[in-house]
Structures are given as C-alpha cells and as structure tokens.
Design a protein around this ligand. Structure first.
Ligand code: AMP
Ligand code: MG
Length: 532
C-alpha cells in the first residue's frame, strides 16, 4: 500500500469498523463508567498532517495472556476492570471507550543507518489519552498489533504472540529495574493466524506512555520541509514534557536548542542504564528512539547472559551495527539526526552542535555513576581516580571469560555482605586475575560502610532479568502443546510468574532460584530477528 503522507481523509473503508461502526470518529460503546477512565487526545489536536484517523481491526475471540495490575493502577484504572468483558474488548481493538479517537501517526526514520523515508504506525493505533482525575499525569494508550493502517506498507498490521509476550514482560521488567520505558497494560491473544516465517497466532499489546513520539516524527516533517508542522510538534513536546526549556537562559534562551540538549541528556542517562544492566535493544533505528528518553519498541532485545561487549542480539543485524557496545555511539548518531531535523527551529548549526555535545559529556558521567552504584560506591564514597580502573578492570575480566553479567554482580553484592568471595570467585577460570581485582575492590571499600554498600548493591544489581530462555519458556507454554493429540492446551501461568519476579527483580523471591540461574545450553541457539 502506498502511504498517504498526510491526511485524515485517508481513513478508508478498508479498515474494519469496530463493532460494525463505519464512522471512524463515531462515539463508541459506553464502557466508560466501568473503567473509571476518561479519554481525550491532545496529540489528535495537532492536526491532520500528523496522523490518520481509523479504527482498530477487531481481534477475533481474544483471551487474556497477561495483565499488569501495576500499570492499570498507574493510569488510574479501577481495580478489577481486567475482569470485565469491556476491558478485553477495548484492549484488543474490539470496542472503544467514550472520548477515544483512534489514530495512527506518521513518522519517518533512519533504519540501519540509511534514510528509510516514511514509516509511521504500521501496526500501532493510539486510542487516546487518559485524563485521570485528579489530573496528575496523563498517559497515551496504544494498541500494538491492532490491524493495518495507511503506514503498514507490506505488513499485515498484526503482531505475533511470541513478540507480544516479550514486549509485555520486558516493558514491566525494565520498569522494575528502574529504567525509563513505555509500560504494558496487557497482552491478549487470539487463535487468528498470522503468517511470518511460519504460521503463528496474533496478539495485541496494550501499552501506555506519556507520549509515543519518536525522533522519527521530527525527521518526517524536517525531510518534507514542513517547517510549520515541525514547529507545532516541537512546541507540543516542549510545552507538555520539557517546560523548563521555555524559561531557559541556556543558548541565549533558544528553547529548541535547550530541548535538544535535554533530550540528549535523557538519552545519555538511558544508555548508561542499558549498558549497566546489560540490555541490548537490537533495533536502535531513529524511529525506535523515544523523544522522552524511554525504552520503546521491544523487538529482538536481549539481556546479556555472558558478558560479550560485541554481542549482537538481533539476528537480522548482520553487520553488528546494534551490537551491545555500539549502543552509546548509535544513540549519539541518532541524536545527530534529531539535531539535523531541529536545525530549522534552532537556527544556528553551532548552537545545535553545542546542544548535542551534552551527550558526550553526560554519557560517561552517567555510566560511571551507574557502575559505581553496582560496585557499592555511589553516594557512599566520593568518586576517586581509581574508580575508572576498577570498572575497566571488572569489564576486562568479565569479557575475557564471558562471565555471566547478572550473576557476577549479584554474587559480588552478596560477597560484600557475607565476606565470602568463593561464589563469585567460582565464576572465573583465571582465579589469580580475579583475586587481584578483588583486592583492589576491597581496598577501595576501606572506610565505606559494609551494610550500606551491601544494601546499595542489592538494590542496583538485580537477581532477575528477562533472559531470552526465560521468555522463550513462557512463550512456549502460552503457545500450548497438543494434549493427548487433541486440543492445544495453552498455559499462561509462565507469563504471570515471570511478571511477578520481574516487577521486583531486586528481591530474593525464595523458591524461584532457577529463574536466576545460568542459561541452559540451548539458550545460545535462540534466534530473534526483526520478524515479529
Ligand atoms: P519496527 O522495526 O518494529 O520498529 O518497525 C518498523 C516499521 O515497520 C514501523 O513503521 C512499523 O509500524 C512497521 N511494521 C513492523 N511490523 C509490521 C507489521 N506486521 N505490519 C505493519 N507494519 C509493520
Ligand atoms: Mg518501531
């Protein structure tokens, strides 16, 4: 399908009406009172150049695969709403709530370093924005996998169950780790068939965020020389999410430069957190970069098992552009694209470059602070010259033997508490190398409260992360196995169990140690690509 660049008028009858309604803007089923939520949509007020109004395509006979009570509470949903037919209907695209005005937004982007032109929400539909009372914070509600849009290009507008479970769990896992992210309200499945490399089944993730605007939204209007729309978009984001840029005295009061600087700083902080926890995103295209510095669009992501700085988690990334250790540089490259897009507003190339430079200053500082927290030092001891060597020494040791990233840091945390280095020492073949490093580490801790360091490390180095094999096991249970050659029995308890562990990944969760163990041998043969 050719994608109209711009036009509400493009909403065509090709899009299935919800519950038989043909008018995309028509009022919906009246489920509002049950949800306790009221919807409006500030993004929709930007104007028709930014989106196409359309209805989600209903998902046939949906069923819950997973729900997040925490995200429901966050957006102000009444407890127990998930139990209603209305919730299942609304969160799968089968019904709307009053005030919802569904739309798919248009954006462009650089994919794998190459300008890809217009992309857009090819399978995500923004239902609206919650206006919870009291109006403390607002959240946009988006359905991913809710059917074709004018931006679907060759795609079918759907998402498969496996990738939807991964997005659902990882959104909540990242939040549990304290890392900025879009959140997931639910994942619902259906027996509707979807063709990928094989035939799979469809699912819809309901996700929420203050905004789903990406770098690519800005690139879109800049590339099309739509300076008016570019300004409208920047003003919208600044006024709603970066209001301090309006009153800044940075860059001679240039709000757009201050905005670029603030986005660069948030992105630097995000990258530091990804690197410290061992998170590999896999597809850092500019259309997958949140303007709010959130982790967004979970695809072929992976939490590192063994520490391999060059690890490539995306099977489609043949050149390793998005390898783990490339992420901080790629983020800068992506910010550079954003800077170019904002240039007509900033008005001065040197100012834009200066704003962008904050990334280069902020990333190392943020990364060092995260690593000092992992080492039990941040906030407990003034930064020292030797800290960098301690960090680099650990990284070198871990890389040399591809030692398990998460297990190393968790065992080191316990070692600070119980003075028993054996469990962490056992992770290394090069015992002498580890002992030499541990001596430096112990000396560095002289004068630091052992209890405080132990507490800090246990609250910084998680016990549980969403390793690929854990996700895979939950997915296979959910996909179901034929029972006695008859019906397929689907089991969603694996998703629920992982959600519980990942929501509070720093807690011990006695009885669940296998979820914190080494990956099985077969984990390294899991191949996750862009196809989802
Ligand atoms: P991603 O790599 O998932 O961020 O997707 C890149 C672009 O392809 C975005 O514009 C998506 O909306 C679109 N896309 C990905 N998968 C599909 C699909 N199955 N149907 C329609 N559009 C898709
Ligand atoms: Mg994307």
């Amino acid at each position: 399908m050719t994608s109209p660049s711009n036009a509400e008028t493009a909403a065509s009858s090709a899009f299935a009406p919800v519950n038989g309604r043909n008018d995309p803007a028509a009022p919906a089923e009246s489920f509002g009172s049950e949800s306790g939520l009221h919807f409006d949509n500030r993004f929709a007020a930007l104007g028709s150049a930014f989106f196409t109004r359309l209805q989600p395509t209903p998902l046939i006979d949906p069923y819950w695969v997973g729900c997040s009570d925490a995200t429901a509470r966050l957006v102000g949903l009444d407890a127990g709403w998930f139990a209603s037919d209305a919730a299942l209907g609304v969160l799968t695209g089968n019904a709307l709530l009053p005030g919802m005005a569904p739309l798919a937004s248009v954006y462009s982007g650089h994919q794998f370093g190459v300008w890809a032109g217009q992309l857009g929400d090819g399978r995500a539909i923004l239902l609206g924005e919650t206006a919870a009372k009291p109006e403390t914070s607002r959240f946009e509600l988006q359905l991913k996998g809710a059917g074709r849009t004018p931006y679907s290009r060759m795609g079918d507008g759907r998402a498969v169950l496996r990738s939807s479970i991964r997005e659902f769990l990882c959104s909540e896992a990242m939040h549990g780790l304290g890392i900025p992210t879009t959140r997931a309200l639910s994942v619902a499945g259906s027996d509707a068939r979807v063709r990928r490399e094989e035939i799979e089944t469809a699912a819809v993730v309901a996700r929420v965020a203050p905004s789903f605007i990406r770098f690519g939204h800005f690139e879109h209007f800049a590339a099309n020389k739509q300076d008016g729309e570019l300004r409208t978009l920047a003003d919208f984001v600044i006024d709603n999410f970066y209001p301090a840029c309006r009153t800044t005295d940075r860059f001679g009061g240039n709000a757009y430069a201050a905005f670029l600087e603030a986005v660069s700083e948030r992105t630097a902080s995000l990258m530091a957190q990804w690197q410290a926890v061992g998170f590999c995103h896999g597809v850092m295209n500019t259309d997958n970069m949140s303007i709010l510095g959130l982790t967004i669009d979970y695809g072929p992501f992976q939490f590192l098992d063994g520490y391999d700085p060059q690890h490539i988690c995306n099977h489609s990334d043949t050149s390793g552009r998005y390898a783990f250790n490339q992420q901080p540089n790629v983020a800068y490259w992506n910010l550079f694209c954003l800077a170019q897009a904002l240039l007509p507003l900033i008005g001065d190339q040197e100012v834009a470059v200066a704003a962008l430079e904050s990334y280069k200053a902020q990333f190392p500082l943020a990364f060092e602070a995260r690593m000092r927290a992992k080492l039990g030092l941040e906030g407990l001891s003034e930064p020292a010259e030797s800290d960098r060597a301690l960090i680099e020494g650990a990284l070198k040791l871990l890389a040399a033997e591809k030692v398990d990233w998460t297990i190393f840091w968790r065992r080191l945390s316990h070692c600070v508490g119980d003075s028993n280095p054996e469990p962490v020492r056992d992770l290394f073949i090069d015992r002498a190398g580890f002992d030499a490093w541990l001596l430096l580490f112990s000396e560095r801790h002289n004068g630091v409260s052992r209890d405080a360091a132990n507490r800090l490390m246990l609250a910084t180095n998680p016990k549980f992360v969403l390793r690929n094999h854990l996700g895979q096991q939950a997915i296979e249970l959910a996909q179901g196995a034929p029972a006695a050659g008859l019906e397929t029995v689907k089991d969603f308890t694996g998703v629920a169990r992982l959600l519980t562990l990942l929501e509070t990944p720093f807690e011990e969760h006695p009885g669940f140690d296998p979820y914190a163990g080494f990956p099985p041998d077969w984990a390294s043969s899991i191949e996750i690509s862009c196809s989802s």
